[in-house]
Design a binder for this molecule. Structure first.
Ligand code: DP6
Length: 318
């Protein structure tokens, strides 16, 4: 039991900024949708010759991976032997498609399995958060809220399921604009926004009400309300990026073309709302019946388009 599967999640209300960088505690609460389809598959060998990471068939150096395994061992009060980690994403890594979320979620589940530990989902989520904030949400399926919390040690800043995947059959159409790695990683980007954007305090104020509105829209299965809140969170986050020094420009020309297509679709009465993360890809929230229309409209501006529904939380391969 040492191989785990985890799916990426896309934030409907964004996490952008940390109130504690060492513990990876967020400056704002967030709410996400775990996707079906794409996945990270990670195998951990607990006891190897040396620490070794193979990501997408290439040897890599990522101290965070072994730091998270150290935390896992510390948490269970056991020694950590050298580990071999082999991980594979069936989608582009580090391109703003939430590969760190599924990556660290799969790592902690596989690591705990390999070490023979029976940890709760909450404990695994907390450990995944230390690798990458958004990873704490990929432990759960469907719609997931990551609470802001107030405790300095982060014990109340936990992810919690809002509704399971079967609650609401929505779709996220992903228009892939670039498969290359992003110019500035999320950690560095959010730190730059926090330190230099004059809009930062407004961003902090917006977080809690946006999450509450999104939660209510999910419970009521109100796509227009959810899409509107998602766009508000997205563009507010981008406002802190554009007004940072130097500015963070994750968009490509095709990103803007896609945003215009989404606006044109809505003007035609199609229920389509756009979001982006720290990268140029555009993700469109919609209902299954509109997927084809939306994919046809977006295809001319994208390398490829895919549609994913709500997916499950991270799990050990039997
Ligand atoms: C824009 O979780 O990748 O995708 O905690 O520094 O590893 P770190 O950042 P990460 O940030 C994700 C930011 C985002 C929005 C979101 O997923 O909520």
């Amino acid at each position: 039991m040492n191989t785990a599967i985890a799916h990426p999640n896309i934030a409907l209300v964004k996490y952008w900024g940390k109130r504690d960088a060492a513990l990876n505690l967020p400056a704002v609460p967030s709410l996400s949708l775990t996707l079906s389809g794409w996945h990270t598959r990670t195998q951990v060998q607990w006891g190897a010759e040396r620490d070794e990471l193979i990501l997408d068939d290439e040897p890599r150096t990522d101290p965070k991976v072994f730091r998270v395994l150290d935390l896992l061992a510390q948490h269970a009060a056991i020694p950590r032997p050298p580990c071999r980690v082999v991980s594979h994403n069936d989608f582009p890594t580090g391109a703003g498609l939430a590969s760190s979320a599924s990556g660290f979620a799969a790592l902690v589940v596989a690591g705990a399995g390999a070490a023979g530990l029976e940890l709760s989902r909450g404990e695994l989520s907390m450990l995944a958060r230390r690798g990458s904030g958004s990873a704490c949400r990929s432990l759960y399926g469907g719609f997931v809220q990551w609470h802001l919390g107030t405790a300095p040690d982060g014990t109340d800043s936990v992810a919690e399921p809002v509704a399971p995947p079967e609650h609401w059959d929505v779709r996220m159409v992903v228009a892939v604009v670039s498969e290359g790695p992003k110019s500035t990683g999320s950690t560095e980007g959010m730190e730059r926004s926090r330190k230099s954007s004059p809009l930062w305090s407004t961003w902090l104020e917006l977080g809690p009400p946006l999450v509450e509105q999104a939660r209510q829209a999910v419970m009521a299965r109100d796509l227009e309300a959810l899409g509107t809140v998602m766009e508000r969170s997205t563009y507010s986050m981008y406002s802190t990026m554009f007004t940072a020094t130097p500015p963070l420009l994750y968009w490509q020309p095709a990103t803007v073309a896609l945003l215009h297509e989404v606006a044109a679709l809505r003007a035609r009465g199609v229920g389509a709302w756009a979001t982006m993360d720290a990268g140029p890809q555009v993700k469109v929230l919609c209902l299954p019946g509109d997927v084809q229309t939306i994919q046809s409209a977006l295809a001319p501006h994208a390398l490829r388009t895919l549609a994913h529904g709500p997916g499950p939380g991270a799990y050990l391969e039997p």
